[in-house]
Design a binder for this molecule. Structure first.
Ligand SMILES: Cc1cc2nc3c(=O)[nH]c(=O)nc-3n(C[C@H](O)[C@H](O)[C@H](O)COP(=O)(O)OP(=O)(O)OC[C@H]3O[C@@H](n4cnc5c(N)ncnc54)[C@H](O)[C@@H]3O)c2cc1C
Length: 347
């Protein structure tokens, strides 16, 4: 099965001291079900079980799997790791935002995906539904990293709909797709559309301490949200749900750019230095065509410090207000980001 090698267990590493594994399905150096794999793993199991110095013919033909090298461990899709001459050029900004995660009808979501994109299997939400993140932010000091702060865009409001776990035909990996981003300032809208292929649209947005509303440029209501803060702000690192938030909020973003090509970008929300506070969320979606979401109510519970699932089959993290700074990868770093994501699903 492509992309499944990481789930194979080695003959001498079942996870139990007194259990050894043999079979063509083990992690024996050959990613195929064949007699060679069965034999090598059988000898590997015998060696581990007896401690005897058994020669495994053919084993040396395969590069030893000593795990990722330090270079591979350090390689990441983040903006600052782009190769020269792309390295210094990336986007930075700060945000004060509301992040919530919802299980949304999968069939409805599929309608907003471009050709060649489909929903990726995932185990976070009940069958027939799929995870969507709603990020409603005030953006502050957004600019290219090399520029001084005062040259940045004026502060603006921005509302992002993010469909997590999508896949692209012929490309390994699980990505996030942003069917729509509404914002109320023209320059960052144009930059997003032309540099990153984002579906950024101008809209009428308002944001206060407990509300966010989004309407089209003509004033048609798209969605509005009520937020109730339930907690005081603390570092996100104090939450053991940080990992779940990271997996959803920082999944590599895929978009179809102006030239019809897939483009990959990475938003790093500096989650390990972010402050968050749990919030109750109630979102009223008014318009399917403009929001790419089913019309009706969506709710979310506050993020908890210890892992808590809203239901046995709903593993989404709770909602929170977040104060953080972010970086956005260089638009010309797309191919490397796609390769890194693909390599995570391979050996
Ligand atoms: C049609 C076909 C053609 C193939 N052609 C080739 C080829 O040309 N070249 C090649 O290299 N490979 C080929 N293979 C693959 C090769 O046969 C397998 O990779 C190899 O047999 C795997 O060996 P194994 O010991 O890991 O598992 P298996 O040979 O499947 O052995 C597992 C054994 O465990 C037994 N078992 C299962 N459950 C239990 C239980 N609960 N209690 C007790 N016993 C149990 C099963 O009955 C079986 O005998 C082919 C496979 C198939 C199906």
């Amino acid at each position: 099965m492509p992309g499944s090698v990481q789930y194979r267990l080695p003959p001498d590493g079942a996870g139990f001291e007194n259990l050894f594994l043999a079979g063509d399905w083990t992690r024996c150096g050959i990613n195929a079900g064949c007699v060679e794999a069965a034999t090598i793993s059988g000898l590997g199991a015998a060696k581990a079980l007896t401690g005897a110095n058994i020669e495994i013919v053919g084993e040396g033909d395969i590069a030893p799997d000593a795990g990722p090298t330090a270079a591979a461990k350090l390689d990441s899709p983040y903006a600052q790791t782009a190769p020269w001459p792309l390295t210094p050029f990336y986007g930075v900004g700060q945000l004060d935002g509301f992040f919530s995660f919802h299980a949304v009808d999968a069939k409805e979501l599929e309608k907003s995906l471009p050709k060649g994109m489909s929903l990726h299997p995932q185990a976070l939400t009940p069958q027939g539904t799929h995870p969507v993140a709603i990020l409603a932010n005030q953006q502050i000091g957004v600019r290219a990293a090399t520029l001084p702060r005062f040259t940045g865009y004026r502060n603006y409001f921005e509302a992002i709909t993010a469909i997590s776990y999508v896949q692209i035909e012929g490309q390994e990996g699980a990505f996030t797709y942003l069917p729509n981003i509404y914002l109320n300032r023209l320059r960052p809208q144009l930059a997003g559309v032309w540099y990153y292929g984002y579906n950024k649209r101008i809209g009428q947005l308002t944001m206060s301490n407990d509300r966010h509303t989004v309407a089209s440029a003509q004033g048609t209501p798209i969605w509005s949200a009520k937020y109730a803060q339930r907690d005081f702000a603390r570092p996100l690192t104090q939450y053991d749900t940080l990992g779940a938030v990271h997996r959803l909020a920082e999944q590599v973003v895929v978009s179809k750019n102006k030239f019809g090509h897939w483009q990959y970008s990475n938003l790093d929300f500096s989650l390990t230095s972010a402050y968050v506070a749990g919030i109750d969320v109630e979102i009223d979606v008014h318009d399917f065509g403009l929001s790419n979401l089913p019309v009706g109510k969506m709710t979310a519970q506050p993020l908890r410090q210890t892992t808590h699932h809203a239901a046995a089959d709903n593993h989404l993290p709770g909602a929170f207000r977040i104060w953080t700074s972010w970086t956005l990868s260089n638009p010309f770093d797309s191919a490397r980001i796609a390769r890194l994501e693909a390599s995570q699903t391979r050996l």
